[in-house]
Design a protein. Structure first.
Length: 321
C-alpha cells in the first residue's frame, strides 16, 4: 500500500513522496502540465526498450525528460532505433565494452545543451534545458557502479554539484543506500555523500526503497534538488521492468517561474439551462447513417458545445505565486 511522506526541506518548500504507486495511480498523483522527470535503471536499454515504451504508455503522463541508467550501450551502438517520438536522445556510454552508461531523453519543446560530466571514470551528463530562450532547469544524470572508487567519485561529485546553478536536479542510480532502516545508512560513505549534497543545498526527494532484496530494501536511486521554492511531488512506481523501481519527480512550473499576479477564470455551469438545451436540441441532425463513428463524434462535439454555452465565468485575481 502506498504511503505519503511529507518532508519539509526548506522554509518555503514542502515535498510529498508516495511509494509503490500503480501506473493508474501515478496519473492521479502527477499533473501532466508540470515539469515531470522519469528515472529508471533498465540494465540494457536494447533488451528493455519495448518494455520501457509500454511503461510510458501505461503511465500516460507527459514527461519532460526521461533519464535511463545502465543503458549498456557501447560507442558502436546505432542509437536511432531507441528513439522515443517527440524526444531528443543524448547518451554517455562506456568506452571499450558494454555495461554502465546513462542517457536522457528530452522533450523537443525544450532547447537542450548537453555535455558529459567527469565523475571518476563513471558516465554522467549535464543537461541545461531552455524554453523560449530562458533557462528552466539543469539536470545532472549519472550512474555509479557499486565497484566505483568512492573517494575519487566524491571529489568529482562535489566539483560538479558546486558548478550547478539554482533549480538543478541530480538524477540517477548512485549505489549509495539512503535507507535509514539499514546499517549502511550510518557508515562513513553515506555520511560523506549526504554532507556533499547538504553543502551545495541539495536534498534527496526519494524517501522509499527503489530496490527490494531478500535481506534489505535500499534507496540507491536518487533524485536530489537544490533551491526550489515549492510544489514538488515524487513517487516510486510498482512496476518491475528491471530490478529497480521507476522514480518520478513532478515540479510545479508556475511556482518557479511566475513573477506576476495571475488571473484565474472561475466558471459555473447552469445545469437547469443545460437540461433545457439538451431537451430542446434537434438530435436527429447528428446522426450519420453511414458511420457510427461520425455520429458519435457529432454527438460529443454538440454536447460539449451545449455545456460551454451553459457556463458563466468571472476573472478573479490571485496573489503572486
Amino acid at each position: 500500500m502506498a504511503h505519503t511522506t511529507p518532508t519539509n526541506f526548506s522554509m518555503e518548500s514542502l515535498l510529498y513522496h508516495q511509494s509503490m504507486l500503480s501506473a493508474h495511480r501515478v496519473k492521479q498523483f502527477i499533473y501532466s502540465k508540470n515539469f515531470n522527470v522519469l528515472h529508471l535503471n533498465v540494465r540494457s536499454l536494447a533488451d528493455k526498450y519495448d518494455e520501457l515504451m509500454l511503461l510510458i504508455r501505461e503511465l500516460d503522463v507527459e514527461f519532460s525528460c526521461i533519464v535511463i541508467t545502465e543503458t549498456w550501450f557501447s560507442e558502436f551502438d546505432f542509437l536511432d532505433q531507441y528513439f522515443i517520438p517527440g524526444f531528443d536522445l543524448f547518451c554517455n556510454s562506456r568506452v571499450g565494452k558494454r555495461g554502465r552508461g546513462v542517457c536522457i531523453y528530452v522533450r523537443q519543446i525544450y532547447e537542450a545543451r548537453v555535455e558529459p560530466a567527469r565523475l571518476a571514470g563513471r558516465e554522467a551528463l549535464v543537461a541545461e534545458l531552455y524554453f523560449r530562450g530562458s533557462r528552466m532547469f539543469t539536470i545532472l544524470c549519472l550512474y555509479r557502479a557499486p565497484s566505483g572508487e568512492l573517494p575519487l567519485f566524491m571529489g568529482d561529485l562535489a566539483g560538479v554539484l558546486e558548478s550547478l546553478p539554482a533549480c538543478s536536479l541530480m538524477v540517477g542510480d548512485v549505489n549509495i543506500d539512503l535507507n535509514p532502516d539499514n546499517n549502511s545508512f550510518y557508515d562513513h560513505t553515506t555520511k560523506s555523500y549526504m554532507d556533499a549534497l547538504d553543502n551545495f543545498e541539495f536534498v534527496n526527494t526519494i524517501t522509499s526503497p527503489t530496490r527490494y532484496g531478500n535481506f534489505k530494501n535500499s534507496i540507491i536511486d536518487h533524485i536530489a534538488v537544490n533551491r526550489f521554492k515549492r510544489g514538488i511531488k515524487t513517487c516510486t512506481v510498482d512496476y518491475l521492468l528491471a530490478d529497480h523501481q521507476p522514480c518520478i519527480i513532478s515540479i510545479e512550473i508556475s511556482s518557479q517561474f511566475a513573477n506576476k499576479s495571475k488571473h484565474t477564470v472561475f466558471t459555473k455551469t447552469d445545469y437547469k439551462a443545460l437540461r433545457n438545451k439538451v431537451e430542446e436540441h434537434d438530435w436527429s441532425k447528428i446522426i450519420d447513417p453511414c458511420s457510427v463513428q461520425l455520429s458519435m463524434e457529432n454527438f460529443l462535439s454538440t454536447f460539449e458545445a451545449l455545456i460551454k454555452s451553459s457556463r458563466s465565468g468571472r476573472a478573479s485575481c490571485r496573489e503572486r505565486v
